[in-house]
Ligand binder design. Structure first.
Ligand code: CA
Length: 220
């Protein structure tokens, strides 16, 4: 899943980006309000992490614009503004959660997972579809109770498909979910990941809907 990190502090931004990457997320990082606004127009993000004190446009202003435009993207504010009034204002402006700096990185990641889960309408941390079970926290997949070893990109491809079980995702949507800016993406990279997934999970696991994209099958 691809996240947008909006943070002007280079040390914090770097640490958060690395933490999220090692948790398996693709992360795009912007350092000012104006580029954040431009990036938020991209519908490919699963969640935004929003700092409030930013050059060129304040985070609260960005958030209000985002919600006024009808965007449902989950937003987690991470700010040094720790007064109760600031936290209330952030949540009331449409943020889904608010953490104050300094925060614990593991807790931040746990909150990201919780927000993504709720946004997908799920309460169970495990994503289950037929005989397939995907654990986004442990980054494990089991098929009929047996663990299947996947590469990080294979896992990310399957996770994107399993977030919307039965729905057809285009190659571009899968690329958006699996890769961040600056990642090298070969022209047939997604096809290669899906080919490996089929080899490991069975040919019927991933369906190719010709000319449209791919969907995950409900395996028995
Ligand atoms: Ca800041």
């Amino acid at each position: 899943m691809r996240l947008l990190l909006i943070e002007d502090d280079p040390m914090i931004g770097k640490a958060v980006r690395e933490g999220l990457r090692s948790a398996g997320f693709a992360v795009d990082w912007v350092v000012d309000g104006r580029s954040a606004e431009a990036s938020l127009a991209d519908p490919g993000y699963a969640l935004a992490l929003l700092d409030l004190g930013l050059p060129s446009q304040d985070g609260m202003q960005l958030l209000r614009k985002l919600r006024a435009g009808g965007a449902t993207l989950p937003v987690l504010i991470a700010s040094a503004r720790d007064a109760v009034g600031d936290r209330i204002a952030g949540l009331n402006a449409g943020a889904d959660d608010y953490v104050t700096k300094p925060f614990d990185l593991d807790e931040l990641i746990a909150r990201v997972h919780a927000l993504l889960r709720r946004h997908a309408g799920a309460a169970n941390p495990l994503q289950c579809y037929g005989a397939l079970v995907l654990d986004p926290l442990q980054r494990r997949v089991t098929l009929r109770g047996t663990e299947v070893a996947l590469s990080p990109r294979e896992f990310a491809s399957l996770e994107a498909l399993m977030r919307r079980p039965g729905a057809v995702l285009s190659r571009e949507q899968l690329e958006d979910a699996v890769y961040g800016w600056g990642d090298e993406v070969g022209s047939n990279a997604i096809e290669v990941h899906l080919h490996h997934l089929r080899r490991k999970l069975g040919a019927e696991a991933i369906r190719n809907v010709r000319g449209v994209g791919y969907r995950v099958s409900e395996l028995t």
